[in-house]
Design a protein around this ligand. Structure first.
Ligand code: 5GP
Length: 194
């Protein structure tokens, strides 16, 4: 029987908007549950579509978010596309102590802050096959809002410059292939701890 690790590991997935981080993260949770848990972020952006508070995000007002910062309740936070996003600290610490590994789907600013606070975290950068493919995906997702598309493409260029500061890069050319690659990275790290 395997002895559970004393401290769980953090896995950060970052990459430009539209690259497929959320789908890939959901797949990893399906493959590794209950040993791997998803860190639900707090955000000040409004829920999209069928999103529910406490499922995709904890939806906060700006005042609530600033209070969380003031009380040091966030392991990291950043302003992304004009909204605040942050990782609740207690969730990370409680799950790590319980020996569970945690998957964080956060932007590159957050990735850098997590690496500084938790140097053993594994940082994975998800890359689009090309900028043209990314643009097409972003346009498909934001059909009516040209300004949103433009902002996300500009941000994508900046985010791509962080790639070299990540531990490993995966190209999301085919979802199944990229999923297997990420699964391999997570599995190898988990096995190295046991
Ligand atoms: P969306 O609004 O499309 O769900 O997410 C926008 C961006 O915010 C994505 O790049 C996502 O990874 C990032 N993000 C989500 N949660 C957090 C968080 O807690 N911290 C940081 N720094 N970025 C986050």
């Amino acid at each position: 029987m395997n002895t559970p690790p004393a401290i769980g590991c953090l896995f950060v997935v970052s990459g430009p908007s539209g690259v497929g981080k959320t789908v890939l993260c959901n797949r990893m949770i399906e493959r590794f549950a209950p040993a791997l848990v998803y860190s639900i972020s707090a955000t000040t952006r409004a829920p999209r579509g069928a999103e529910k508070d406490g499922v995709e995000y904890f939806f906060h007002t700006e005042a609530e978010f600033k209070e969380a910062i003031a009380h040091d309740r966030l392991a990291e936070w950043a302003l992304v596309h004009g909204h605040y996003y942050g990782t609740p600290k207690a969730f990370l610490d409680d799950n790590r102590r319980a020996g569970r590994h945690i998957l964080l789907n956060i932007d590159v600013q957050g990735g850098m802050k997590i690496k500084a606070a938790y140097p053993e975290a594994v940082l994975v950068f998800l890359q689009p096959p090309s900028f043209a493919v990314l643009e097409e995906r972003i346009r498909r997702r934001n059909m009516d809002a040209e300004e949103t598309v433009r902002q996300r493409l500009e941000n994508a260029k900046v985010e791509m410059t962080f790639q070299g500061r990540y531990d490993v890069s995966i190209v999301n050319d085919h979802l199944d292939r990229a999923s297997d690659e990420l699964e391999g990275i997570i599995r190898k790290r988990i096995q190295s701890l046991s």
